[in-house]
Design a protein around this ligand. Sequence first.
Ligand code: ZN
Ligand code: ZN
Length: 352
Amino acid sequence: MKAGVFYGKEDLRIEDVPVPEVGPGQMLVKISYVGICGTDVEFYKTGMTPPFAKNPLVLGHENCGVVEKVGEGVTKFKVGDRVLCGPPSHCAEDCPACKVGRTNICINGFPRTAGLGQYDGGYAPYLLIHDVEHTMIVPVPDEVDFKDAVLFDVICVSLHGVRMSNFKFGDDVVVSGTGPIGLSAIQILKAAGANKVIALGTTSAKEPIIKEYGADYFINSKECEDLAGEIKKILGKEVGADVVFECAGNMKSLSNCVYECVKPGGQICVVGTIQEPMSALIPGRFSVTEPNFQFSFTYTEEDVKIYLDMVDSGKLVFPNMVTGVVSLDECVEKVFASDRKGQIKVLIDPSL
Ligand SMILES: [Zn+2]
Ligand SMILES: [Zn+2]
């Protein structure tokens, strides 16, 4: 079968690899769609992968499809089941984090994630689930389109962040970042009863979709000369927002959140994964306002089930988030090596 194999900086090859053999406790899933994650693109651009990642590695951690084959001892799933394939769930070692249900910060989980760690991912027609028992495999209801289901990895990151935060009904919020994570945070906060939602971004052309997702106001943070003043003006208050969500994943955005957006005693929920040093922040300059920081990392199976339920019942909708579906052969040229202008979320359909 054809697979998208990552070798290093700007080196993603479409190669022929064998269809994986299915051992006991394992399962083979025929991929319907796999999402191209910002993380995959980061790997490609920088050549940097986590220290525990396999090399070369078949990318793809946002997978959904149909069970093709089950190994000996697998009873929870059968051939033909529609599933989404997430990261590791409760680990076999029952670590302290898993013991209290915080499986997203499991001390064993991350290196076992297919497409990011030790196992090959779903940039291929078939994905091997190495350990069905300890992987987040969630049934997808018949009514939920695979194109929506496969967005779980993006949307649940935001959903988990909102659930981890101090956000309450009626709060004024700022969402910094208008990529897939920021857009989904906006939609979730609106559904959760936010009062004013202010989106900060750097691409004014995205304003229509940002508003479609539920933002009441959009500020171009690159062009705005007095961000704090503009936010207070919009809120009609002397202070900033109750809760601020960092969803852009860079230090410029985080320092905007801390210095310009949050009210004294408010909260900054860091949803983005920032790979820069925190040197832009001088604690003495903001500790006087006692902000609270909450970091958020990925999601749990519970978050995924909430997501699927709320999509199924029409309470969450993510229109126009998928801006393209490409084949494996096209993915390098159309996404990885392109300027990605106008793209929000692009999926690979390995059958194309
Ligand atoms: Zn992802
Ligand atoms: Zn664990």
